[in-house]
Design a protein around this ligand. Structure first.
Ligand SMILES: [Zn+2]
Length: 719
């Protein structure tokens, strides 16, 4: 539990434990394509409503999100401190669009943004403004005539509650989507000081070290406060319109701050706000986002917000991205279960190139809709992420110590073409895990005794496990244990030391003296003799009998001067991997940071070793095997009357850094799909290329060849 009271959400959790499918009268599961029209302040006098209404109709969007208020009101608000657009005069651009889209039968959600306020708010209530560690009120970093608000104080709890109520009462919208509602960093205002002291008896923390008791309490308190705000706004909205909900812009993976388990219990539907990739983000990042959300949302609808612009730190918000970049980003999101949601800031257009691209994507999506209403993923591998590990073990270094392990494992799974899901470490109960065959713990260092027990129970039920590095070596608060919490499963004990960063260290490949051959986890590496080691390693020894480990340590030796570069200890018996078979289960434990090093160095040997280890540990044929050249993201889904396989072509020289210049079609892919038990294929189609491929069906498997993939192909099998 990432610093949040379990009891607090037990009620909500029980109601949604069955996966949380929306009741039939709810709208949440209905919209498949969203359009977000985000006004800028001078839009009221210059935007063309007819153009946008027509565009939304053309792209078959069935949900819209329109800017209403908060920082700037785009309707004639009566609330004194609620700032109206200086261009509003007596118009109501928000209301105009709401009426038009209502008439078209669309779901209509209003956008608010509470993070910034104008001078008159400051003048009336200086205590509503965020305060920095030096006690100064915070001016807005990008619009210095404005002020940053304190989200945990009366600005949100009082003024924004009134705004929320007014919008729902006047327009009966289906929901309020609030952007930047969770604050803009640490606040030292009088309300935060007083409220935190009342809750914890402590002063606000001055350090970001999660082992500092005040910081630890603050991490919990801030979440409690935000969930309080969420419940307040949600209750006020529902009081005025029972069908409507608060939809916070929130959520993410290990590095996200609000406990995702609680988020998943509270939210009726969510939109993941990852607008495009930037820097060195791979294009599969969009698919990863949806997997992280689905881990806690289950069957509930998840929208993927994408912008059409360049998303680098310099924030060219009016820019337009290359067509291949938009297409690949959205394709990977759709393949992983997102319902696309485009956002356009400023309804006055400077660059029209994106319009046709989004229209094409949405029209295809509309035509293929019945194959995109996924009921469940058929993946058998679960990749665990842990917010408590990031918060309390990773702290300020969480990106490197936690997220980079996940990213390396993710890349290895993509390269191995293994369909997989992500699993939240707060949801390891038997019911949630039942669909899986293998759980992967990529340096999930901080696990409670109860979580360790859940994993033990998983193995007792025949589940397989692959873990790396410091997994379970810390408790849920990031305090180091004497030994691994999962020592008994790993068959390893901790020797008290972590070595690193290591240079010039290797792993020796050992034959099994009994069979005279190499273990299957070394497949493809038989001629190597040795491979490079990782950078950090936990000193771990076998807890019981572990003769002939297939990988053994060659300790670091000098890498300069060149005359001195020779191994001082060419052979040890220190295992580089622990492999066990316990009952029906297989367990793999790598004491070194194979996943993190793979992310940093992308060693082909490490990728191969991970693929082999995943394959050995899973110990069954994949639900779908795709053979052919290139790098593909492969996902497999069940719908009510069909099964689909998505293939996203990530093969591109620009894969690891955008934007893509051109798509590079990948050659023929042989697809071997396991049909769910007792089902027969009635009709098989390729939803992008069109047409019906030649298929063979034998032994419950369907095989076919996809001749080529530009961005994305979907094999749709009616059953
Ligand atoms: Zn504050």
């Amino acid at each position: 539990m990432s610093g949040f009271s379990r009891r607090e959400f037990l009620g909500a959790g029980a109601a949604l434990a069955s996966g949380g499918a929306a009741a039939p009268e709810d709208w949440f599961d209905r919209p498949m394509r969203w359009a977000q029209l985000a006004f800028v302040e001078d839009d009221p006098v210059q935007y063309d409503p007819k153009f946008w209404i027509d565009y939304v109709r053309r792209v078959h969007a069935d949900g819209v999100c329109i800017s209403a208020g908060g920082c700037v009101a785009f309707y004639p608000t009566k609330i004194p401190l609620h700032y109206r657009s200086a261009w509003l005069k007596d118009s109501d651009p928000f209301g105009e669009l709401v009426t038009a889209f209502r008439q078209m039968g669309l779901v209509v959600v209003a956008r608010t943004d509470p993070h910034a306020a104008h001078q008159e708010v400051f003048d009336a209530h200086p205590d509503w403004i965020a305060v920095d560690a030096q006690g100064r009120h915070r001016r807005h970093w990008a619009s210095p005539e404005m002020w940053v608000t304190c989200t945990l104080g009366p600005y949100s709890f009082e003024l924004m509650t009134q705004v929320t109520r007014e919008i729902v009462a006047l327009y009966q919208v289906d929901g309020i989507f609030s952007n930047r509602w969770a604050g803009s960093g640490m606040c030292y205002c009088q309300h935060c000081q007083k409220n935190f002291r009342a809750a914890s008896g402590m002063d606000l923390p001055r350090t970001s070290d999660p082992q500092d008791p005040a910081r630890r309490s603050y991490i919990r308190w801030r979440q409690q406060r935000l969930f309080e705000l969420w419940r307040l706004w949600d209750a006020e909205i529902r009081r005025l319109n029972a069908r409507a909900r608060f939809i916070p812009n929130t959520g993410g993976g290990a590095l996200s701050e609000l406990d995702m388990k609680a988020v998943g219990e509270l939210a009726a539907t969510l939109a993941a706000d990852r607008q495009a990739r930037r820097g060195l983000a791979p294009p599969w990042t969009n698919g990863k986002n949806v997997k992280e959300y689905r881990a806690v949302m289950g069957r509930k609808a998840i929208m993927g917000i994408f912008s059409v612009g360049v998303e680098e730190p310099y924030r060219w918000k009016d820019s337009v991205q290359s067509e291949p970049e938009i297409r690949l980003w959205v394709a990977d999101g759709i393949a992983n279960g997102f319902r696309p949601w485009f956002i356009k800031f400023s309804l006055t257009l400077y660059d029209h190139r994106w319009l046709r691209v989004v229209e094409d994507i949405y029209k295809w999506h509309h035509g293929a809709e019945r194959y995109l209403r996924n009921e469940e993923p058929l993946a058998r591998v679960g990749l665990v992420y842990s917010q408590q590990t990031a918060a309390f073990y990773g702290g300020e270094r969480a990106r490197e110590k936690v997220e980079d392990h996940i990213l390396g494992m993710y890349q290895a799974l993509i390269e191995a073409r293994v369909p997989f899901e992500m699993v939240h470490d707060g949801l390891l109960d038997p019911q949630r895990l039942a669909r899986y065959r293998l759980l992967i713990l990529p340096n999930v260092a901080a696990l409670s005794g109860q979580q360790c027990e859940q994993l033990r129970a998983w193995v007792r039920r025949g589940g397989n496990l692959l873990a790396t590095h410091e997994t379970s070596l810390y408790d849920e608060w990031g305090r180091r244990r004497e030994d691994f919490g999962l020592a008994d499963l790993f068959g390893a004990r901790f020797n008290g030391r972590v070595e690193g960063p290591m240079r010039n260290s290797y792993l020796r490949l050992e034959k099994d003296p009994v069979t005279g051959g190499f273990h299957p986890v070394l497949k493809g590496l038989e001629d190597a003799g040795r491979i490079i080691n990782g950078v950090w390693r936990v000193e771990a020894a076998a807890a019981g009998l572990y003769p002939n480990p297939p990988l053994t340590l060659i300790p670091s030796y000098p890498d300069l001067p060149m005359e001195k570069v020779y191994p001082r200890q060419p052979k040890t018996d220190i295992p580089g991997v622990f492999l066990r078979e316990v009952g029906a289960s297989r367990i793999v434990y790598f004491p070194w940071d194979i996943d993190r090093t793979f992310w940093e160095v992308l060693s082909v040997d490490h990728g191969m070793l991970l693929r082999n280890a995943i394959e050995w540990a899973t110990n069954e044929e994949k639900p779908v095997t795709v053979t052919g050249p290139g790098v593909l993201d492969v996902t497999v889904w069940r719908q009510k009357e069909s099964v689909t396989v998505h293939l996203v072509n990530l093969t591109n020289p620009m894969m690891m850094k955008g934007p893509l210049r051109e798509p590079i079609p990948v050659g023929a892919q042989k697809v071997r799909l396991k049909l769910p038990a007792g089902l027969k294929a009635k009709k098989v189609q390729l939803l992008v290329a069109g047409g019906a491929p030649r298929t063979e069906e034998a032994g419950g498997y369907l095989t076919l060849t996809v001749p080529s993939i530009v961005y994305h192909e979907v094999v749709a099998v009616d059953v």
